[in-house]
Design a protein. Structure first.
Length: 285
């Protein structure tokens, strides 16, 4: 069963999504009915919907969508991890089984040590002690040094690195990203999504060979049980198509073991987000 562990939905509003530049063609609505035909064509049975703005209002809306579409297997939402009432909030929202994790847009924080600030650390510690949710780590490559110190503090929290920490593909800057990713991979409680890579490359001008090195480093660093397939749809459309990304990954995985690739395509996402498999789950149409 194939599972896309990273995709987004939104009803576009320029005030709510200021990170989208004025000339980006994704400045429009993207909803389940837009994604379902793509999933059906490629035999992808389910997805994880991930927050795109930092508000509980959006998270609540994503959960409503998940309640209406069985193939939305889980939601990685946003919650104020620095709120004093966080323990009570987590207890209250834990009843929704489709809420599987949380994410903060750390990549947009100007403070290079944001991950290590006491108020944020305390919130993540609360998340760890609550025990049910995963945490998606969204950073740029230059934030990896603080991320390495961050993950060491939470050995009992499932942490999932988004987009390979966004390496600088346009400059093909392999170091220090390579060494830092290998170090991060030594933490057994950290997994990595192979997603979002084509938007870090030169849009529409990248070649498959430009990305293989980075894929191989992550495969080596995390191993086949700690890497997850993700598309980053519809953000990925800025640089390429869903079909081309799948083809690249299928070609790259040729020659790797069937069990390992099965994990990458779906089983790992189900395990890391603690989603119960369902024999009733059908491929989206």
């Amino acid at each position: 069963m194939r599972v896309d562990s990273h995709q987004h939905f939104w009803r576009y509003d320029p005030a709510q999504y200021p990170w989208m530049k004025s000339d980006w063609p994704i400045r429009r609505d993207f909803l389940p009915e837009d994604l379902a035909p793509i999933l059906g064509r490629h035999q992808i049975a389910g997805t994880i919907a991930v927050q795109a703005r930092q508000s509980w209002e959006e998270t609540s809306w994503l959960l409503e969508l998940a309640g209406g579409f069985d193939w939305i297997l889980g939601v990685v939402g946003w919650i104020d991890l620095r709120a004093e009432t966080l323990p009570q909030q987590l207890d209250r929202v834990a009843v929704d089984k489709k809420l599987v994790g949380f994410r903060h847009v750390v990549q947009d924080e100007t403070d290079p040590e944001f991950l290590l600030r006491p108020s944020f650390i305390q919130g993540i510690r609360t998340l760890e002690s609550q025990g049910r949710f995963a945490y998606d780590l969204l950073i740029y490559h230059h934030q990896l040094p603080s991320a390495l110190r961050f993950v060491e503090q939470f050995p009992n929290l499932r942490i999932i690195l988004d987009h390979l920490a966004k390496p600088d593909l346009r400059k093909d800057a392999r170091q220090p990203w390579t060494d830092q990713i290998r170090q991060l991979g030594q933490s057994a409680h950290v997994a990595c999504k192979i997603s979002g890579l084509i938007t870090e490359a030169e849009w529409h001008h990248w070649k498959e060979d430009d990305l293989i090195y980075y894929l191989e480093v992550v495969w080596e660093a995390f191993g086949p049980k700690r890497i997850l397939f993700g598309s980053d749809w519809p953000v990925m459309l800025l640089s390429g198509s869903y079909e081309r990304w799948l083809t690249l990954l299928d070609d790259w995985l040729q020659g790797k073991g069937a069990e390992e690739t099965d994990g990458f395509w779906g089983a790992n996402a189900m395990r890391w987000y603690q989603i119960e498999n369902s024999s009733r789950l059908k491929v989206s149409r």
